[in-house]
Design a binder for this molecule. Structure first.
Ligand code: NAP
Ligand code: F7E
Length: 368
């Protein structure tokens, strides 16, 4: 019999990689999707229709819908990845963020109890390095005090504690993975890494003039999402439920990420000025770009409170889970994201060109 996994947030970056990982392990994978007017399921389109992959409509804000899916699927493992995951957006929609990211976790735990699965269903909660927020120590490990510094982080802190509470109160096998930033070619386009790699590709191909960013000095510990989903699974395979920090232990600034991404796209930048006046000027690359400001700061992307010094200590995951935090380096991550976006932008450019000239191409038989 295949093991059965239920993934909330299956359409997201991590949900899509985790689905692939679990299907490869022979799991029957069920995912929760929510209704939207545009069916944006690009990340899992290649999995739909597979015999072991099933989707169900539900919403993290709707307890009954979660109970019904849990009851129908009766999973061995639940991966609770669904969240309003954008920190900046959480300042604009704090109540919604709390409902999905905090109370949503409670809804999943209660659904498992309501379906009498608490003795056999294991639950993974997608926790976050944002809990460390206004950091009290660097690097951060499982014992570092939390100091959440955004509505998103405060909501996720509730998720972390309610998981711990249900573990202790009811003996449930539920765990939090405290994951540091992990990125990929599937990362949402408004997170800083993907925003940078897409802009570098567009600027290199003449489709964008300048990239506007917020705090260039912010420091992150960036890993590759595909490596991190393995940990989610490993966490649920331990004898005893426990929480783990998942990180690379290597820290870089947003400026360094941008510098390397533009370099991968064939553009060398020199950063000059400070704070809101800082600029990245092209010093090498295509002739038309030399001397131009390609990166500038916009205060629109500043946050009311910003988390600026994250660096994780993955020792516990390395020793207890046997996980390798150095599988994909920072340099490899930037390279694979830029290569992906260079190809994506080029393909979009060709498609746009064909659309513009469609009548002529049809007439000449170039496209049929
Ligand atoms: P993501 O790409 O933003 O995906 C979020 C997923 O949650 C999407 O599938 C989204 O569905 C779903 N979702 C949002 N609101 C929902 C609702 N009300 N009901 C049902 N589904 C809902 O996020 P990610 O990067 O994959 O991250 C996965 C989880 O890990 C999140 O909980 C995030 O907070 C946490 N996390 C991420 C990182 C990171 O660096 N990526 C680090 C630490 C923790 P739609 O497609 O319909 O929007
Ligand atoms: O910002 C700075 C920004 O939005 C990273 C989520 O997956 O990881 C993610 O949250 C840093 C911040 O990710 C821009 O101020 C500068 O300091 O890419 P981000 P995040 O806030 O770290 C954690 C672990 C999660 O749990 C979350 O779900 O970059 N920054 N300029 C910018 N950020 C954005 N988005 N856009 C800018 O233009």
């Amino acid at each position: 019999m295949s093991r059965v996994a239920l993934i909330t947030g299956v359409t997201g970056q991590d949900g899509s990689f985790l689905s692939e990982f679990l299907l490869e392990k022979g799991y029957e994978v069920h995912g929760i999707i929510r209704r939207s007017s545009v069916d944006f399921r690009e990340r899992i389109a290649h999995l739909e229709g597979k015999a072991n992959f099933h989707l169900h409509y539900a919403d993290m804000g709707d307890s009954m819908s979660i109970v019904k899916v849990v009851d129908r699927v009766r999973p061995d493992e639940i991966y609770n990845l669904a969240a309003q995951s954008h920190v900046q957006v959480s300042f604009d929609s704090p109540e919604y963020t709390a409902n999905v990211d905090a109370t949503g976790v409670l809804r999943v735990l209660e659904a498992v109890r309501a379906c009498h699965l608490e003795d056999r269903c294991r639950i993974y909660q997608a926790s976050t390095s944002e809990l460390y927020g206004k950091v009290e120590a660097v690097p951060q490990n499982e014992d570092t005090p939390f100091h959440p510094y955004s509505p998103y982080a405060v909501a996720k802190l509730y998720g972390y504690w309610i998981v711990k509470e249900y573990r202790e109160a009811y003996g449930m096998y539920c765990c939090s993975g405290i994951l540091f930033n992990h990125e990929s070619e599937r990362r949402g386009e408004t997170f800083v890494t993907r925003k940078i790699t897409l802009a570098a590709a567009r600027i290199a191909q003449g489709l964008q003039d300048c990239l506007y960013l917020g705090n260039l000095s912010s420091l992150r510990d960036w890993g590759y999402a595909k490596d991190y989903v393995e940990c989610m699974w490993l966490i649920l395979q331990q004898e005893q439920p426990d929480d783990f920090v998942i990180a690379t232990g290597v820290q870089h600034s947003v400026r360094e990420f941008a510098d390397l991404a533009f370099r991968e796209a064939g553009i060398e930048l020199r950063f000059e000025g400070e704070g809101a006046d800082e600029k990245g000027v092209c010093v090498n690359g295509p002739e038309r770009l030399i001397g131009k400001t390609l990166v500038a700061v916009s205060k629109d992307f500043y946050r009311p409170t910003d988390v600026v010094n994250l660096c994780g200590d993955p020792s516990k995951a390395r020793t207890q889970l046997g996980w390798n935090p150095s599988k994909t380096s920072f340099e490899q991550l930037v390279k694979l994201m830029v290569e992906h976006d260079m190809a994506k932008v080029a393909a979009e450019g060709v498609a746009a060109h064909v659309r513009t000239n469609l009548a002529e191409y049809l007439e000449k038989g170039i496209v049929k």
